[in-house]
Design a protein around this ligand. Structure first.
Ligand SMILES: Cc1ncc(COP(=O)(O)O)c(C=O)c1O
Length: 383
C-alpha cells in the first residue's frame, strides 16, 4: 500500500484519517441494492449502536448527508406534541434553533454563555416557568465553537424528572467521549462519520431506542428525505437506505469502525486528551490564552483568543501553517475573536509538537521575540 501524502488536519473534522481508511474506499463497483452491500450496512449500523447503547434495544439510522442532516432529521421527525427547549451556548446550539425555526416548531431558547457551564438550577426554573408543557429538550454535547463540554448526564436527570425526551447533538463527542444513552437518558443522538470516528465525510446518523423509531405512524409527515421513521422502517424491511447511499464512504466507515474497536473509545479519548495537554502546555508557553476553563473542557477542540498585537492576522497565520501541511480553523464566536485548533483524528504527540514548533516560527516571522518572559503581554498588548 503506497503511503498517501499526509496532511495534519487541526480543524474540527473532517479529521486526519489513516491510510487504511482512505484505501478502504477503493473497492470494485457495487450496486448498493445488492446483498453483499446489505452486510456492510448492517455491520456499520449495529456497531455504531454498540458504542453507546445496547443494540437489542437501540438502533442506528443512517443517512447520506453531512452531520446537520441527522440533527435536522430528529428535530423535523420526532415532535408530535408539546414544546421543545433548545440550549444555545454556541454556534451549534444556534443551529438547532435555526432548524426549529425553519420547521416552525414550538421552541424556546435557553441561552447560556459560551465559556461557562450551564447553570442547571436556572435551566430547571426556565422549564418550570414556560407557559407550555415541555416534551423535548435539545442540547449539543461538545460545543465545537469553543470546546465547552455540556454536562448531558445532569441535564438528562432533569429531563427524567420532568418526563422530557432529550435529543443530543453528539457530532463532536461521539467515538471519543464515552456515552451511555440509557444511563444518560438520551432519547435521540445525532453524529457523523468524519470526526472522532476518523472516517470520511458523507454519513450522518441517528441513534435511538427502536420503540421510538417505530412509534410515529399516524401523524402527518413534515419532511421527506430526512424522515427518521421512514428511513428506519425501510432499513428494517430491506437492509437498505431509502435513497442512494455514499457507497465508498460506507466502506471507509466500516474500516474506521474496525480501527475504533481496536483502539477502544476510552483509549481514543485518552490519546486525544494527551494531545490536548501537550497543545495547551505549548500554547500557554507561547503566550496564548484559551476561552473555556480546563475543568469544563472537552479536550477535543480549543477556541484560542486571537492575539491583539498589530502583526497578527488569522489568514496569514492559516496560510503559513497550510504551506506546512497543517490546517487550522477560524473562530465562530460572535463577541470574542478566536481561532480554533482541534486535536482529533489519526494524530500523535509528534504532530502537536510540530504544530507548536511552527507556531513559534510563525510568531518569530511576524516579529515576536519568543524568548521574552511575558509573551502573553506581547500577544495581547497589555504592555
Ligand atoms: C456540534 C456540531 N453539530 C453539528 C455540526 C454540523 O456538521 P456538518 O458540518 O457535518 O453538517 C458540527 C460540525 O462541525 C458540529 O460540530
Amino acid at each position: 500500500m503506497q503511503k498517501v501524502n499526509r496532511h495534519i488536519l487541526l480543524n474540527p473534522g473532517p479529521a486526519t484519517t489513516t491510510d487504511s481508511v482512505k484505501y478502504a474506499q477503493v473497492v470494485p463497483d457495487i450496486c448498493p441494492r445488492e446483498n453483499d452491500f446489505f452486510h456492510i450496512m448492517h455491520f456499520v449500523s449495529s456497531e455504531l449502536t454498540s458504542f453507546v447503547a445496547d443494540k437489542e434495544q437501540y438502533a442506528t439510522v443512517l443517512f447520506g448527508g453531512s452531520g446537520t442532516a441527522s440533527v435536522e432529521s430528529i428535530l423535523s421527525s420526532v415532535m408530535t406534541d408539546g414544546a421543545i427547549v433548545i440550549i444555545n451556548n454556541g454556534a451549534y446550539g444556534q443551529r438547532l434553533c435555526e432548524i426549529a425555526h425553519a420547521y416552525q416548531l414550538d421552541w424556546y431558547e435557553f441561552k447560556s454563555p459560551p465559556d461557562h457551564p450551564i447553570q442547571l438550577d436556572i435551566l430547571k426554573t426556565f422549564i418550570q416557568k414556560l407557559p407550555k408543557t415541555v416534551s423535548y429538550l435539545a442540547v449539543v454535547h461538545n460545543e465545537t465553537t469553543t470546546g465547552l463540554l455540556n454536562d448531558i448526564e445532569a441535564i438528562g436527570t432533569i429531563c427524567k424528572e420532568k418526563n422530557i425526551e432529550m435529543m443530543v447533538d453528539a457530532m463532536s463527542s461521539f467515538a471519543a467521549i464515552p456515552i451511555d444513552m440509557n444511563k444518560m437518558n438520551i432519547a435521540y443522538l445525532a453524529a457523523s462519520s468524519n470526526k472522532n470516528l476518523q472516517g470520511m465525510a458523507g454519513i450522518s446518523f441517528v441513534i435511538a431506542p427502536k420503540n421510538k423509531l417505530e412509534k410515529k405512524k399516524t401523524t402527518k409527515p413534515t419532511n421527506y428525505y430526512l424522515n427518521l421513521h421512514s428511513q428506519f422502517k425501510y432499513f428494517i424491511e430491506t437492509g437498505q437506505m431509502r435513497f442512494t447511499p455514499p457507497v465508498q464512504t460506507i466502506y471507509a466507515l466500516k474500516q474506521a469502525i474496525i480501527e475504533l474497536k481496536e483502539e477502544g473509545v476510552k483509549e481514543r479519548y485518552e490519546r486525544y486528551s494527551q494531545l490536548w495537554e501537550t497543545l495547551i502546555e505549548g500554547l500557554t508557553k507561547l503566550g496564548f490564552k484559551y476561552i473555556v476553563p480546563a475543568e469544563n473542557h472537552s479536550k477535543l477542540i480549543t477556541a484560542i483568543l486571537e492575539p491583539t498585537c498589530k502583526a497578527y492576522n488569522f489568514t496569514n497565520m492559516h496560510d503559513y501553517f497550510y504551506k506546512n501541511s497543517i490546517t487550522i480553523y477560524p473562530g465562530k464566536l460572535k463577541n470574542m475573536n478566536s481561532f480554533r485548533v482541534a486535536n482529533i483524528g489519526d494524530l500523535t504527540v509528534n504532530d502537536i509538537n510540530l504544530f507548536l514548533t511552527i507556531m513559534e516560527e510563525y510568531l518569530q516571522y511576524i516579529g515576536i521575540d519568543t524568548k521574552e518572559e511575558n509573551l502573553a503581554g506581547i500577544l495581547y498588548e497589555s504592555k
